[in-house]
Design a protein around this ligand. Structure first.
Ligand code: ATP
Ligand code: MG
Length: 539
């Protein structure tokens, strides 16, 4: 067997070696109450990845025990996002598929004297639970006989009681140092229409009780979850041992993925959507998988990032710059190069007539990608920031009397700046040097700057969108998410692009500008930023 790559695999190796299990089965367990985010990509990497490593299986398990928040819209979105990442689930199962069996197990616990119907309110239960240092108080209903409990539980199911009037609690130990074992509630009365079982049930099992049963019924051998469930493991084990599950699934916890400048709580993401701070769950600034996809982040880069971050037991926070560096590395190797101008300024070459081909490499890192040709001509668009009337020292772009090379074409000299009534430069008039052609330069002229450009005759209008992080740095405005939200994180430019981009949707490196996704929206060419060009992450 290949060596264990992380502590989860080391545990599994132990279980296999000891004969506790003979194969590996996991499950990815989203609650369909929102869209998946990049944190879930890590959970998938762990669950699907572990099954893959052992030639085992991974189910898609919808944890739908909380009917008031769950929707079919979310189920569909979750499936789409998993498929996008390229994972394949063995079976699609729902907690609600097992409601009958989960109920039957509850009756079994009652018959065993291991569960009782309690009439305390939710508040009273909380108040009698005790604290970390003090034990809880036993419920006055704890001594009910199994017969009475069974009758009451069946009446709960039949709808005889109001929501919250009674509940079913496991009878464990009110003095346990682990608060989760202090007679936890395992069923509550809740009149809510379930997205799959409709109004069939007015009682619903609690997550901590239902989860081990669902794992067992699916044949899960290793239930991989995040660290906040560590304290719940004794209850997970109690359910399995009390009900005699064999082989009993083993819960193993790992650290959640946290990334700086990314909100990863569904509650906050939902708020951003509902308050209109973003355009939707799939806004390119959102850390949802739908958002990353809309942004143009390749699925491979998301998986690569999860693999590089790895699986650990210790909580940590990964720099957003690291994620961006992984995305940039991928796009640098795969994205074709193209030209677009963010803030166009007209450049006219007074001594040039006609047009000719300018050829550049599609991707310098990938010789097999070949070359592509654009039309060079007399009037071009260049970047407004590539010309200065008042240049700082060592300015290598265009200035009056200065030289610069136009990418894959000629060296030009700026002779005159045409300004409008406000004094703003609206056009730069230049001279070109025929002997300075790229690849065959015999001119002897030195030009340090190389400028990208778009032919003004053939260039098309584009709406270019650039993004800042949706969440400002932690030290910007304290720790509170709502104060850190950057409402002005989308910037729109009226850009000019080579016509090729309008006809070929895809992800590009726009030379000297960044990585962008090109697509059409309502007939317009949109250039939407994926990640900046510069790597400011310190590897
Ligand atoms: P949120 O807090 O965003 O609502 P959740 O934990 O409630 O997330 P679930 O739908 O219950 O979301 O999660 C499905 C699985 O994904 C769970 O096993 C959960 O532990 C895991 N998961 C959620 N967020 C992360 C994360 N940031 N890193 C790793 N795993 C995660
Ligand atoms: Mg949850």
């Amino acid at each position: 067997m290949a060596e264990a790559e992380n502590f989860i695999q080391a545990f599994i190796d132990e279980d296999l070696a000891a004969g506790r299990v003979t194969s590996v089965q996991t499950r990815f367990p989203p609650e369909p109450n929102g869209y998946l985010h990049i944190g879930h990509a890590k959970s998938m990497y762990v669950n699907f990845g572990t099954a893959l490593k052992y030639g085992g299986k991974c189910n898609l398990f919808f944890d739908d025990t909380n009917p008031s928040k769950e929707k079919t819209e979310f189920v569909d979105a979750i499936r789409r996002d998993i498929e996008w990442l390229g994972y394949h689930w063995e079976r699609e199962v729902y907690a609600s598929d097992f409601f009958d069996t989960i109920y039957a197990y509850a009756e079994k616990l009652i018959e065993m004297g291991k569960a009782f119907v309690c009439d305390l309110s939710a508040d009273e239960i909380r108040e009698t639970r005790g604290t970390l240092t003090e034990p809880g108080t036993e419920s006055p209903y704890r001594g009910r006989t199994p017969e009475e409990n069974l009758r009451l539980f069946r009446e709960m199911r039949a709808g005889k009681y109001a929501d919250g009037e009674k509940c079913l609690r496991a009878k464990i130990d009110m003095a346990s140092p682990n608060i989760n074992l202090r007679d936890p509630v395992i069923y509550r009365i809740l009149r809510a229409t379930h997205h799959r079982t409709g109004d069939k049930w007015c009682i619903y099992p609690m997550y901590d009780y239902a989860h081990p049963i669902c794992d067992y019924l699916q044949g899960v051998t290793h239930s991989l979850c995040t660290l906040e469930f560590e304290d719940h493991r004794p209850l997970y084990d109690w359910v399995g041992l009390t009900l005699g599950f064999s082989p009993k699934p083993r819960q193993i916890e790992f650290a959640r993925l946290n990334v700086t400048n990314l909100v990863m709580s569904k509650r906050y993401l939902k708020k951003l959507v509902e308050e209109g701070t973003v355009h939707g769950w799939d806004d390119p600034r959102m850390p949802t998988l739908a958002g990353l996809r809309a942004r143009g982040i390749p699925a491979e880069a998301v998986k690569d990032f999860c693999a590089r971050v790895g699986v650990a037991k210790a909580q940590s926070e990964v720099e957003i710059g690291y994620f961006e560096a992984v995305v940039r590395d991928y796009l640098n190797a795969h994205a074709p190069r193209a030209m677009a101008v963010l803030e166009p300024l007209k450049l006219t070459i007074t001594n040039y007539e006609g047009e000719e081909d300018a050829t550049f490499e599609v991707n310098q890192l990938d010789p097999a990608a070949g070359t592509r040709t654009v039309k060079f001509g007399k009037t071009l668009w260049i970047e407004r920031s590539d010309f200065s009337l008042d240049p700082p020292p060592k300015y290598h772009r265009l200035k009056l009397g200065g030289y610069a090379r136009l990418k894959s074409a000629y060296i030009v000299r700026a002779d005159e700046a045409v300004t409008d009534e406000k004094g703003e430069v609206v056009e730069v008039k230049c001279t070109y040097f025929p002997e300075s052609r790229s690849g065959a330069d015999t001119s002897g002229i030195k030009a340090k700057g190389v400028l990208h450009w778009v032919n003004a005759e053939t260039g098309v209008d584009a709406v270019l969108r650039r993004y800042d992080h949706l969440l400002r740095d932690a030290d910007y405005a304290g720790q509170d998410f709502s104060e850190r939200i950057n409402k002005e994180s989308e910037h729109i430019f009226a850009a000019k692009a080579e016509p090729y981009l309008a006809e070929n949707e895809g992800s590009y490196q726009l030379m000297r500008t960044g990585y962008f996704r090109a697509f059409r929206e309502g007939g317009k060419l949109i250039l939407s930023e994926i990640v900046s060009l510069k790597d400011n992450f310190n590897k």
